[in-house]
Design a protein around this ligand. Sequence first.
Ligand code: BG6
Ligand code: MG
Length: 215
Amino acid sequence: MLVLKFQHMKGVIFDLDGVLVDTAVYHFMAWKRLAKELNIDFTESDNERLKGVSRMRSLEILLELGHISASEEEKKLLAEKKNSWYMEMLQNLTEDHLLPGARSLLNYLKTNGYKIALGSASKNARFILMKLGIQSFFDVIVDGNRVVNAKPDPEVFIKAADDLGLPYRQCVVFEDSLAGIEAAKSAGMKVVAVGNQDLLPGADWYIQKLTECLG
Ligand code: BG6
Ligand code: MG
């Protein structure tokens, strides 16, 4: 059981998209639609670079891929367009979109006295938690509205640990992105990567699914 390995930890900080909920695919679909409109060739492997980073930084990476330059005003409009498509898809979100093992892990951690935080780059995080009906598990929520510096900067995780009142070395982070793993490591935290080691180097432990934590 992976959870036994972090018995001496006091806090668990979860990334949201791609860790607790299957929204990573919606992000990809919305970026892909924008890329098509802008005539940018955008693959799933390009999309890995967008995971974990802010909406604006994601757009900038997409524009870089297409060698397109845009003014701040144009970028704002493009990011809003992508977000409106993404939000259309979010309307259909239900508890069924929680990734396998998410609810049982949250339950286990809560009953075993761990403090739980959300550390997400998303500005839609609270809406998503509400749709999933899991907001009451979280002692602290740090989302894209509360951070200035996007992952790989550690700000989001530092704020989460500070708000929990815990030392960074007593926090473990669950992440599915390279930027997030880098952020957690530079905050001095342990990291469980959800995904493959070759795509996500640098984590302390690897799982394919959250179900493995209690299995
Ligand atoms: C992260 C996603 O969780 O949130 C990124 O991995 C996304 O792909 C970022 O760009 C910002 O999300 P939002 O919902 O504010 O556009
Ligand atoms: Mg993620």
